[in-house]
Design a protein around this ligand. Structure first.
Ligand SMILES: Nc1ncnc2c1ncn2[C@@H]1O[C@H](COP(=O)(O)OP(=O)(O)OP(=O)(O)O)[C@@H](O)[C@H]1O
Length: 457
């Protein structure tokens, strides 16, 4: 006999399309419009799987989820209300899967098939809903929330990828706050912001006298994060020697402080992030493949803001209100036209750039309602091949190529970085964070580039 799948949803249209798709896939389907009807039915017979909506009149789907789990039933939860907290709550309560509405029917059928193939492990204890400010309603962000909810409770290492300013650190925090480790520390270490020679002692700590200037024992980030989560930002910038060391620690779960003899056992979940293409770094021999495998167990790819423009109004309103509150300024709002203009605008610095613009507007926009003209000129489009400096660059490259010079690309990049950075630092009185924001770079990226361009000089 075909496995029986029950669907509970007060929306007839959803029940209908889902039921049809599942029947077509060979399942025996029964439909229910409320939780009470399901409860009554399973006193007589039980399905192989229950798919339930969250919001229904009367008892909600999370109640059914709990009751279903008590009966050992796999339960898939679906909802139009997707945020990290509800998604994670559903997983914590033992949902086999979570389908954000509107969902793709193939995706729903695949989820049913997966859930019937194997029950998830025992659900971890349910805790109070944590708070964090990861916003988004667009389809790609819903998918991100789903992934966070799904993997937060597991202890798997996660690799977060995405351009600068897309929210990688926020995702790392959300993973921590939604996990059983939430009462333990979340410790972040930016690999790019710390000189290579200091990184080892930053990570693993050191004993007094381990090196010149080490006057007392210092705990490293690994120790500080004990029982919690260690967020390694810009992991692609980690020097190779340290990658080897980190790999050993991850494999063995033990380490020594620098200059120390005491073996320390650590229980730390690693969440790493990079804006670089780690696979390309591996191919280029700049990142250890075995370390990548350790870190890249689950990958969460954050889309650039350009791939989720629908979220711009929501984010902009939030940032504007938050800035007004933080700076104790009278609240302002965006006119419709201003929001529409923002939605069309390019933000190479992603959410961070949008946030900075909103802060600026909270302070400088003249009226209570922000108009399109208050937004200021859009960031300049990249110059075309015919215009000024690319013409000069082309001439330079042709010459260098003709002369058979080496490292042309690296030298050109170094010169490009240096020129942009110097211009931005001059324009912003040497203030790194402002210079970075003006260029559409994260502060970390700027720090890294400053290091690189200084070394090359
Ligand atoms: N989805 C979001 N909702 C609300 N705020 C966000 C969101 N994404 C990013 N932000 C805000 O944008 C800023 C940049 O985010 P974050 O530092 O997490 O980015 P990042 O990808 O780690 O950047 P970098 O690679 O430069 O370190 C932060 O102030 C963060 O709070």
């Amino acid at each position: 006999m075909n496995p029986a799948v029950w669907i509970a949803d007060d929306d007839r249209a959803v029940r209908y399309v889902l039921a049809e798709a599942l029947r077509e896939a060979g399942y025996e389907v029964r439909e229910f419009d409320r939780a009470a009807a399901v409860r009554e039915a399973w006193t007589k017979t039980r399905p192989a799987l229950l798919v339930t909506d969250v919001r229904m009149p009367g008892e909600d789907g999370l109640g059914l989820l709990a009751a279903g789990r008590e009966r050992g039933l796999p339960v898939i939860v679906m909802s139009a209300y997707t945020d990290v907290a509800t998604t994670a709550a559903a997983y914590r309560a033992g949902a086999a899967d979570y389908l954000p509405k509107p969902f793709d029917l193939d995706q729903a059928v695949a989820a049913v098939r997966r859930a019937l193939e194997g029950l998830p492990g025992e659900p971890p204890a349910v805790a109070a809903a944590p708070t964090h400010a990861l916003l988004g309603e667009s389809a790609p962000m819903r998918e991100v929330f789903r992934l966070i909810g799904r993997v937060a409770a597991s202890d798997l290492n996660v690799l977060i990828t995405g351009e600068t300013g897309t929210g990688k650190e926020l995702v790392a925090r959300a993973l921590h706050e939604e996990s059983a480790r939430r009462d333990k520390p979340f410790v972040a270490l930016n690999t790019a912001a710390i000189p290579g020679e200091l990184l080892e002692s930053e990570l693993f700590g050191h004993e007094a006298g381990a090196f010149t200037g080490a006057s007392r024992r210092v705990a490293g980030r690994f120790e500080q994060a004990e029982g919690g989560t260690l967020f390694l930002d810009e992991i692609g910038d980690m020097p190779l020697a340290l990658q080897t060391r980190l790999l050993r620690v991850l494999a063995g779960g033990e380490f020594y402080r620098v200059g120390g003899r005491e073996l320390i056992r650590g229980d730390v979940r690693i969440v790493a992030a990079t804006h670089q293409d780690l696979d390309a770094l591996v191919a280029a021999g700049r990142f250890r493949a075995d370390l990548k495998h350790r870190l890249d167990v689950v990958r969460i790819a954050l889309p650039p803001l350009a791939a989720r423009r629908a979220d711009i109004p929501l984010l902009a309103r939030h940032f504007l209100a938050a800035a007004a509150q933080a700076l104790k300024l009278p609240p302002k709002r965006f006119s419709r036209a201003a929001l529409a203009a923002l939605e069309r605008r390019d933000f190479p610095g992603n959410v961070r750039e949008l946030e900075n613009l909103c802060r600026r507007l909270a302070v400088i926009a003249p009226g209570a309602e922000i108009q399109p003209e208050d937004l200021g000129p859009a960031p300049h489009a990249a110059p075309t091949a015919a215009s000024g400096w690319t013409g000069a660059l082309r001439a330079w490259a042709s010459e260098a190529l003709a002369a058979g010079e080496a490292d042309i690309h690296a030298r050109a990049r170094a010169a490009l970085d240096r020129t942009l950075l110097e211009a931005a630092l001059t324009a912003h009185g040497g203030h790194r964070q402002r210079a970075a924001a003006a260029l559409g770079l994260g502060r970390n990226t700027l720090t890294r580039k400053l290091g690189t361009s200084r070394r090359r000089r």
